[in-house]
Design a protein around this ligand. Structure first.
Ligand SMILES: Cc1cc2nc3c(=O)[nH]c(=O)nc-3n(C[C@H](O)[C@H](O)[C@H](O)COP(=O)(O)O)c2cc1C
Length: 307
């Protein structure tokens, strides 16, 4: 029997397929379709200290092979998460990863401190890369100095495994990955959405209320695979890869590029059963080739040309 369990350092997962932040809410709607504990983990909606209403509408538009969104971190805030969403998630026995964001370093540190006190959270994911908020995120995510400073501060008080989610809106993704690793990140996740724009030609104005948004879905997959490949060569810590995954074949590209686990975002909107289907498809792939576990194929694409 192929083993689907994976260990990303201290983070042990029953399988390597996660729900990506912002595309799975807090799991409630999906729990009516399947058992949340079947997933590798749920990365919950980006959380801030205080509730946020998000950006003005329209906030989403379909694009060729993807979508552009500018939700702007709409979320109920830390207190509602702790009193309402987390207890429900604990009951479902799902592995929960909390994605956090803020306007400044103190916001991130405050969230990490409070969340470290809670039981039932498997890891924290720092969203340094949301392209749709004007303050913190974009600044933190694009400069190696700022990434290093923030990750160091959070690392000092964070008792949970620490995932740092990288921005793809940079020229040197490997440099940022190294900065996060040097500052104490346990795991890296990539990629977040790529900054984009659609113009409404009838109205002669940008379509999204926020003017620009983040592109996701199959359109960004080759960029994401390339970035995972480059980051794998630059760091020693495990990588969670994402960007346009729909089918087992897509996920395999990420594993072979160097991801130890993958996450699925936009595809959940198209077919809410995507993740359970991926888990069983990957299991069948391993079985049919007599491969004992996913770790056997992680990074294999890097041997090309070296034999
Ligand atoms: C509607 C929407 C909301 C998102 N919200 C967040 C978020 O709150 N925090 C975060 O780190 N990433 C967020 N993301 C990025 C996804 O987690 C993921 O990194 C990205 O969409 C690429 O994966 P995909 O092509 O499978 O969607 C969001 C993406 C979408 C489409």
């Amino acid at each position: 029997m192929a083993n689907m369990e994976v260990s990303l350092g201290a983070l042990k997962l029953k399988n390597p397929v996660l729900a990506a932040s912002g595309t799975f809410g807090f799991g409630e709607e999906y729990s009516q379709l399947f058992e949340l504990q079947e997933l590798g983990a749920i990365v919950v909606n980006g959380l801030t200290l205080e509730p946020r209403p998000g950006n003005p509408a329209p906030r989403v538009i379909e694009t060729p092979a993807g979508m552009l969104n500018a939700i702007g971190l709409q979320n109920p805030g830390l207190e509602v998460f702790l009193t309402k969403e987390l207890p429900r998630l604990k009951k479902s026995r799902a592995a929960v990863i909390v994605n956090i964001a803020g306007d400044n370093e103190e916001d991130y540190v405050g969230l990490a401190r409070e969340l470290s006190k809670e039981k039932g959270i498997s890891a924290l994911e720092l969203n340094l890369s949301c392209p749709n908020v004007k303050r913190g995120g974009i600044l933190f995510g694009t400069s190696t100095g700022a990434v290093e400073r923030l990750v160091k501060k959070v690392r000092r008080i964070c008792k949970l495994p620490l995932i740092v989610k990288l921005s793809p809106n940079v020229t040197d993704i490997a440099g940022l990955a190294r900065a996060a690793e040097n500052a104490g990140a346990d795991i890296l996740s990539l990629i977040n959405t790529i900054k984009g724009m659609v113009i409404d030609t009838t109205e002669q104005r940008p379509f999204l209320g926020n003017i620009t948004g983040g592109l996701s879905g199959p359109a960004i997959r080759p960029v994401a695979v390339r970035m995972v490949y480059e980051v794998y060569q630059a760091v020693k810590i495990p990588i969670i890869g994402m960007g346009g995954i729909i089918n087992p074949e897509d996920a395999l590209q990420f594993f072979m590029a160097g991801a130890a686990a993958v996450a699925v975002g936009t595809a959940n909107f198209v077919d809410p059963l995507t993740i359970p289907r991926l888990i069983s498809g990957l299991h069948s792939y391993l079985q049919s080739r007599n491969i004992s576990g996913i770790e056997k194929i992680v990074g294999v694409a890097h041997s090309f040309g070296k034999e």
